[in-house]
Design a protein around this ligand. Sequence first.
Ligand code: FMN
Length: 293
Amino acid sequence: MQLDLRTLSIAEKQNYLQHAIAPRPICFASTIDKDGKINLSPFSFFNLFSINPPIVVFSPSRRGRDMTTKHTYNNVLEVPEVVINIVDYDIVQQTSLTSCEFPKEVNEFYKAGFTEQPAVMVRPPMVKESKVKLECKVLEVKSLGELGGSGNLVICEVMLMHIDDSILNEKGMIDQTKLHHVARLGGDWYCKVDESNLFKVEKPNIKLGIGFDALPASIRSSKILSGNDLGLLANVHEMPVIDPSFDDEHLKQIVQYYSVNPEEMEKEIQAYAKKLLNQGKVQAAWQVLLQGE
Ligand SMILES: Cc1cc2nc3c(=O)[nH]c(=O)nc-3n(C[C@H](O)[C@H](O)[C@H](O)COP(=O)(O)O)c2cc1C
């Protein structure tokens, strides 16, 4: 299917884009107007765009039904300061409650049972229950249009970061396994990050991978090795050569058993290499593939 976005309704565009561009982290923005009225609302059009200077951007859109702007947007134009509270699984239901279209005089901290905690450098309060809080100055607000669904980029510089000790490791860094982020996807879908679904993809910055084009044709055209498998093999820094000291009982068995059927042997060898790759044993997988050639 192909979609020309210009032919879709706002709701359709929102549906396709938000299901596709996901998961999105959630900026739980605390803002204040010039009279001191506080507002708290979640925004998943949010990300980190620069480390130095430290810049995050979120986007309170114009409402689809009547093109009006949201309280958060109006507030940052009046007082260009915001606390961005990071949303984890412990506070996701309360966070969702704050997204109701309460009237402007309603403080969502009270409505959703959150505790106001004074910030150090900016006027809006922090959400005490959030494990990471970013005190930010708003550098610029960029309108992307005047229509329903038009975004407004709120470009923020992070001035001060508060991190709950419970998610730190012994070196004082954030332990990724301890911060159970939630993120927004399409419709009502959310996802939760925890140890059961975290994984690492090694990406050395300095050395270059050999690339798919360097893989032997028999490996590259394999029906058994997947794109991920080939990605792992092609990410080594130099083309591996046969290591005479590599001694693998299972490989020997495959070679012996399938000696009369080279086609089947290749399949078995690739299946074994795949298993090794799944266990993170890239060098062993390479040896199995090379020695089985
Ligand atoms: C998890 C979540 C993410 C949201 N993300 C956005 C967003 O990125 N942009 C937006 O305009 N509204 C978003 N909304 C809806 C706003 O939170 C909602 O319109 C809110 O009432 C705005 O409040 P305000 O008018 O007090 O600023 C989101 C709602 C939820 C629950």
